[in-house]
Ligand binder design. Structure first.
Ligand SMILES: [Zn+2]
Length: 46
């Protein structure tokens, strides 16, 4: 069984990275794994 993959696109370096839901959450938390840029969640915060 494979978890549903999402695709994360870094707004800074433009790298497209296939990630799982958990990896996406970690990426949003810690930043881009490629360039280390801070990444904002696209989820509404209001
Ligand atoms: Zn990046």
């Amino acid at each position: 069984m494979t978890p549903h993959e999402r695709e994360f696109t870094c707004p800074d370096c433009g790298r497209e990275i296939p990630v799982t839901e958990a990896m996406l959450e970690a990426t949003l938390r810690h930043g881009c794994p490629v360039c280390g840029a801070a990444v904002e969640s696209s989820q509404p915060t209001a």
